[in-house]
Ligand binder design. Structure first.
Ligand SMILES: Cc1cc2nc3c(=O)[nH]c(=O)nc-3n(C[C@H](O)[C@H](O)[C@H](O)COP(=O)(O)OP(=O)(O)OC[C@H]3O[C@@H](n4cnc5c(N)ncnc54)[C@H](O)[C@@H]3O)c2cc1C
Length: 382
């Protein structure tokens, strides 16, 4: 075996697809049967934009991923990317720095965008009730990616190109020696030249260095679907964008949402980083009814009058967050044959197809076309 990929969620499905495409003898192993609802890659939609708020170093990953989503769609017939536009609703004065990042990325990658003042926002998107100080940055080519469809399509392509996929098999240990890596599972023991760890929130449990394991904190997240009051047409993709309501002056006001994919509900959520979860397997996956009601009251009420307080469902998901909320994509220090891909911190999906390609390049060529140096372990261990 040339390579074993541990975990077949967003990152692992992209990695196994890209490796198989290059003719690498690759085995992908997942303890569940992806796509599934136990990790970080479920819930129908993920924001995608190439004008990345998180920093200019991410733009090339998103740009390349958009190219891959379209290619994956063409090769499988799946619907992965919906370019319904993505709207960042910010306080203009406070967010000037972030908009400057956008302008540089837009120029560098030829990405269309529009700036909308409060009057233009009310005219174009009357679904939002915005204050006079709010400004919008609309990227028409952004929108959302369907995580389950993206994972299924990449696993389908991986198998088409010859990858072996073992679902429902749990990796218990990864032991790296000078000449090979041994992967022990609950079913068998394998050896490979290289291993790529894409275990999402379970990554820390596979690292034998407690200092490195501590870098990956797991946080419970909750997604809510609320019913639409009034015209459902007003919330369809095309009429209503994927959006981020930035609480720049008040961080507790940050939330995001999507156009309706089922014609009846709108999905909204926020990032929750208050309580680190000690073990992803004991995460509380229940959502009390008052959690949804509290979310609606705090975030939606008064801002999206067409979105009712009636939650039709809520779902729990996990962020894996590093201390600087940036990714780790690197070889494991002291274990050159083991690669780690932990690009979560709540913003990884949009970059995942390109990260899979970069991982495959690292495995086969030892170097990547896209610059991954901002995501090295070294920034924490220096
Ligand atoms: C609520 C929420 C909202 C988000 N919103 C956005 C967004 O709008 N835009 C965006 O770009 N990103 C977003 N993200 C982040 C994005 O979804 C993640 O970056 C991405 O899903 C992480 O993928 P992953 O492959 O690392 O983890 P996962 O998809 O969870 O995959 C890990 C896999 O490893 C398997 N595994 C774990 N341990 C083992 C083991 N021992 N043996 C075998 N298999 C194992 C698991 O079963 C799982 O399938 C969001 C995340 C969450 C949770």
């Amino acid at each position: 075996m040339d390579v074993i990929v541990v975990g077949l969620g967003a990152m692992g499905s992209a990695a196994v697809h890209q490796l198989a495409r290059r003719g690498v003898d690759v085995l992908g192993i997942d303890r569940h049967s992806p796509p599934h609802t136990f990790g970080s890659s479920h819930g129908e939609t993920r924001i995608t934009r190439r004008l990345t708020l998180e920093g200019a170093e991410y733009a090339p990953l998103a740009v390349r991923s958009h190219e891959w989503w379209r290619r994956i769609e063409a090769e499988t017939g799946a619907s992965v990317l919906t370019a319904c536009g993505v709207l960042n609703l910010a306080d203009h004065a406070a967010d000037a720095g972030a908009f400057a990042v956008h302008e540089r990325a837009a120029a560098a990658y030829d990405i269309d965008y529009e700036l909308l003042d409060a009057a233009a926002l009310r005219d174009r998107f009357p679904q939002f009730r915005v204050e006079d100080t709010r400004v919008g940055l609309l990227e028409p080519g952004g929108g959302f990616v369907r995580p389950e469809a993206a994972i299924s399509a990449q696993l389908e392509l991986a198998e088409r190109y010859g990858a072996q996929l073992h679902r429902g098999e749990r990796v218990l240990a990864v032991e790296a020696a000078a000449s090979a890596v041994t992967v022990r599972t609950d079913a068998a023991t394998y050896t490979a030249d290289q291993v790529v760890l894409c275990a999402g929130s379970w990554l820390a449990g596979l690292l034998d260095d407690p200092g490195l394991a501590r870098l990956f904190g797991v946080y419970r997240q909750v997604l809510h679907w609320f019913g639409i009051e009034g015209s459902r047409q007003d919330f369809t993709p095309g009429r209503f964008p994927t959006f981020i309501w930035d609480g720049v002056s008040r961080a507790d006001e940050y939330f995001y949402g999507f156009p309706s994919v089922d014609g009846a509900t709108v999905k909204v959520a926020t990032g929750q980083l208050d309580h680190r979860t000690p073990d992803p397997d004991t995460l509380d996956r229940t959502v009390a009814p008052d959690e949804a009601a509290g979310f609606h009251q705090a975030m939606i009420s008064g801002r999206l009058p067409g979105v009712s307080a009636r939650a039709t469902r809520s779902q729990v998901c996990m962020y894996t967050v590093t201390p600087d909320e940036a990714f780790v994509i690197d070889r494991l220090p002291g274990r050159e044959r083991v690669l780690v891909a932990s690009p979560c911190s709540g913003h990884g999906f949009k970059h995942s197809a390109a990260i899979g390609e970069a991982l495959a390049e690292l495995v086969t060529d030892g170097a990547t076309t896209l610059d991954l140096t901002p995501f090295a372990f070294g920034r924490f261990t220096r």
